[in-house]
Structure formats: structure tokens, C-alpha cells
Design a protein around this ligand. Structure first.
Ligand SMILES: Nc1ncnc2c1ncn2[C@@H]1O[C@H](COP(=O)(O)OP(=O)(O)O)[C@@H](O)[C@H]1O
Ligand SMILES: [Mg+2]
Length: 435
């Protein structure tokens, strides 16, 4: 037990020692006890304080509670109520301990969503994480783009949990999964009777996210009408619930995501340009897995560990051949697909090492695979024949290089007749590229 003669001395002790509980008088020289409680709570919200009011004024006790005191005690203590005092002190200490413990658990949860659970060391992913680190703590609107399954939601969580808003909620709305008619009331809430099925007042997700972050997933699927309403929220953080004329103001950070080509959607008039520019304050592009293949082995081991642990399996690893096939597959479903494949294999196999025979057929054959993505056609147009020709040349040269110019095997790789390949090589006058 340590004693302090006034608030200043008490604060000195609070800031230099670990304490379980503070007991203080209201009347003290200098700063009074209630103000002291406020200062302590500012410094350490978990440290319980009990205020002793000698003058029995109800205002004092109410004020003490409002300042954050655990409870108050009326002086003087008498023989008869010492037990009660002792119990109160014990309760306060226990309460403080639970609060600290709870906060610790919360922090752990938050840490899980920081970066530790984002696996990968490719330059592409590293760049994404560096951006996240830089911008998380600003309140800027963020647009996360990338194919399905690349980890956009994971990135959104990392942004939220690395921001000053991390103690508040991150509320997720999948704009693509909710029917258009319902999405508005989902986002902004509705009054009772606003429409036939609105049997009760309902708070929307924006209100729920007040003080925190709202994650608008698949923003590219939002209807034109809602795009206008969202634009307004982004501009001045206000909206009206469905059926209400009362304007609501919220303090919300917006993170949006989409796998869609918004430039294309804008060109077709399906996505508003003004909304796009409001959202695209800080763009983050998560690269597809096939463009960061060096992450694949790490992710494979990560998911092995996770599934082994969750399902009580003992898979020891993946054979080098199987790993090579996994690295070579073009993963149209990105990390989510890899996660599913790993889970299925671990469950089916149960123990030992995963070999090529355990891989899904498509991955094992690696055949009917990569689908070429044509470039977007700029308004100035393209040279069609040249582009297609270059593409073909590139594929043929790749196959020849991979096989050391063995034309039989190159033809096999390409799924072409040998004669067809020879004709093309001749016509295109192909020679080894020097390097
Ligand atoms: N870099 C990564 N490390 C670990 N798990 C990842 C990574 N990227 C994605 N995942 C996992 O893959 C799945 C799909 O990610 P998600 O964020 O939902 O993708 P998206 O929102 O882009 O469709 C989730 O289970 C996620 O935890
Ligand atoms: Mg998603």
C-alpha cells in the first residue's frame, strides 16, 4: 500500500507503479478527488478507483461515478460496515483485473488482424502491406481492388485494426449479396412502416459503424440509385433512414472493395464517375496469386498448419513435385482456391505427405488452364493482328525455351501438331531470343 498526500503525488505513483486499486478522498488540498479520478481514468482506464465522501452529499457520489469511479464510500467507516468496505475493495480489484484481461484478449484479437496472419513475402504483397501501414491511421476512404479470393477483405481488416478506430466496430456489407430493394435499408436503416415488411424500426449499418469502419464489399454491384446516396455519405457523412426525413450524421471510415473493372463499368455508364473518384482516394491493388507465385509455398505451409491444427490431422508436408504443380497452377480463384484445395487434401489424406496423386485433377494436369486476359481496348484503338501475332509468338517462344528448343516437346506443351508448330516457326522466322 502506498499513500499520497494530494492528487499530484497520487498521479506520480499511478504513472510509475502497478496498482490494483486507488482509494481517495473527495476533499484534498489542490485538485479534488473527483478530478483525480478523471485524471487516473485518462491515464489508465482499467485501474479501479473508490472515492470516499466524508460529507455525504449525493451530488459528490454521482459525480464520482460519472468521473469513472468504481463506487463511493461514505465516511466515517464504522466497525459495523468494515466488512462491506472490504468486500467492495475486493470486488473493485477483481473488476479491474477482468477489465485488464479483457483488454488484453481484445488486443490479441486485434493483433491477429494486423499483419501476422497475412502470409506472403512477394514484392507485390509487400507493397500492398506497406501502403496499408502508411494509410491505416488516416481517415481516408480506401478502395481495395483485385480478383476474387486475393485477400481484399483481409486487407480491409488490417486497415481497420491498424487504425485509431480499432476499438470500435468494423461493419461489413456485401453489396453484391443483398437484393437491391433491401440494401438501402440495410445501409441506412428504416423507420417502422417505411415499407410493408418494415414492422419495426431498424438501425442501419452506417449507424452501427459510427466511430468505426464500414467495409463495403463488391461496391461495383451497387445500383445507380444507391450510388447517389453513398456519394452523399462520402461527401458529408450524412444520410436519411428509409422513410425518415431526419438527417443522421455519422463518423465512419469507408473502405470499399471490388473485383470488377470499374473503369469499364464507368465507360458503360453503370458506375458513377464522381463516386469512383470519391472512393478511389487511396487505391490498393491486390495482385492475383499467379502474379506472386513466390507466395504459394508459404501459403501452402500456412494452410497445412491451420488445417492440421483445426481438424487434428498430421500431414507432414508436400512432396517437391506436388509443390511444383501447386506453384505452376494459375489459381483462377486465388488464395481462397488454394485454401480450399489445401483443406480438402489434408482432410482426405489425414497423414503422411501430400504427393502429386493427391492434387485435384486440374492442378495435376495443369492443362486446360491459363485463360488469356485481353488488354482493355483504349479509345485510340489497337492493332489487332499485331497484338494477336505477338501473343502467339510469345507463347511459342516460351514453349521452345522451356524445352530447350525440342520441337516435339514444345508442340506437346502447346497442344499443337508438330507440323503446325514447325510451320508457325518457319512463317514467323523464329530464332532463339538472345539473353
Ligand atoms: N496473404 C494471405 N495470407 C493468408 N490468408 C489469406 C491471404 N490472402 C487471402 N487469404 C485467405 O483467403 C481467403 C479469401 O480472402 P478474402 O480476403 O476473403 O478475399 P477477397 O475478399 O479478395 O475475395 C480468406 O480465407 C483469407 O483469410
Ligand atoms: Mg471478398
Amino acid at each position: 500500500m502506498t499513500c499520497a498526500r494530494d492528487a499530484a503525488e497520487a498521479m506520480g505513483i499511478v504513472s510509475s507503479q502497478h496498482l490494483d486499486l486507488v482509494l481517495c478522498d473527495v476533499k484534498m488540498p489542490g485538485v479534488n478527488g473527483i478530478e483525480l479520478v478523471r485524471q487516473i481514468k485518462d491515464y489508465d482506464a482499467d485501474l479501479p478507483c473508490i472515492v470516499m465522501t466524508g460529507y455525504g452529499t449525493p451530488e459528490n457520489s454521482v459525480e464520482a461515478l460519472r468521473a469513472g469511479a468504481f463506487w463511493y464510500l461514505e465516511k466515517p467507516f464504522e466497525q459495523g460496515n468494515l466488512d462491506a468496505v472490504r468486500r467492495l475493495v475486493e470486488q473493485a480489484i477483481e473488476h479491474g483485473r477482468l477489465k485488464a484481461e479483457n483488454r488484453q484478449l481484445q488486443n490479441q484479437l486485434r493483433m491477429r488482424y494486423r499483419f501476422e496472419n497475412i502470409v506472403g513475402h512477394s514484392p507485390g504483397l509487400r507493397q500492398v502491406l506497406e501502403t496499408v501501414e502508411k494509410i491505416a491511421d488516416s481517415d481516408s476512404t480506401i478502395l481495395v481492388r483485385g480478383e476474387s479470393g486475393t485477400g481484399k477483405e483481409l486487407i480491409a481488416r488490417a486497415i481497420h485494426f491498424n487504425s485509431a478506430r480499432s476499438e470500435r466496430m468494423m461493419v461489413t456489407v456485401n453489396c453484391g449479396a443483398i437484393p437491391e430493394e433491401l440494401l438501402e435499408s440495410e445501409l441506412f436503416g428504416h423507420l417502422r412502416g417505411a415499407f410493408t415488411s418494415a414492422i419495426a424500426h431498424r438501425e442501419g449499418r452506417f449507424a452501427l459503424a459510427d466511430g468505426g469502419t464500414i467495409f463495403l464489399d463488391e461496391i461495383g454491384d451497387m445500383s445507380q440509385t444507391l450510388q447517389v446516396k453513398l456519394l452523399r455519405v462520402l461527401q458529408d457523412r450524412t444520410f436519411e433512414p428509409v422513410g425518415s426525413s431526419k438527417t443522421v450524421k455519422v463518423d465512419v471510415r469507408v473502405v470499399a472493395a471490388t473485383h470488377q473493372d470499374l473503369e469499364d463499368a464507368m465507360a458503360r455508364g453503370r458506375f458513377r464517375e464522381d463516386l469512383f473518384y470519391r472512393l478511389n482516394v487511396i487505391p490498393i491493388e491486390v495482385p492475383p496469386l499467379r502474379e506472386r507465385r513466390e507466395d504459394i509455398p508459404l501459403l501452402v505451409h500456412h494452410f497445412l498448419d491451420v488445417v492440421n491444427q483445426e481438424k487434428g490431422k498430421q500431414i507432414e508436408g508436400v512432396s517437391p513435385d506436388a509443390m511444383q504443380l501447386l506453384v505452376d497452377w494459375y489459381w483462377p480463384g486465388n488464395v481462397r482456391e488454394l485454401e480450399n484445395v489445401m483443406e480438402r487434401m489434408v482432410l482426405l489424406k489425414g497423414e503422411g505427405e501430400i504427393g502429386t496423386e493427391d492434387l485435384p485433377e486440374a492442378v495435376r494436369d495443369g492443362r486446360d488452364t491459363p485463360r488469356a486476359r485481353a488488354p482493355r481496348i483504349p479509345s485510340s484503338g489497337i492493332a489487332y493482328n499485331e497484338l494477336v501475332g505477338d501473343f502467339e509468338t510469345d507463347l511459342i517462344l516460351q514453349a521452345l525455351e522451356q524445352t530447350g528448343w525440342n520441337k516435339n516437346r514444345a508442340a506437346q506443351l502447346l497442344g499443337l501438331n508438330r507440323t503446325t508448330l514447325l510451320e508457325k516457326i518457319k512463317k514467323k522466322n523464329l530464332e532463339p531470343r538472345d539473353e
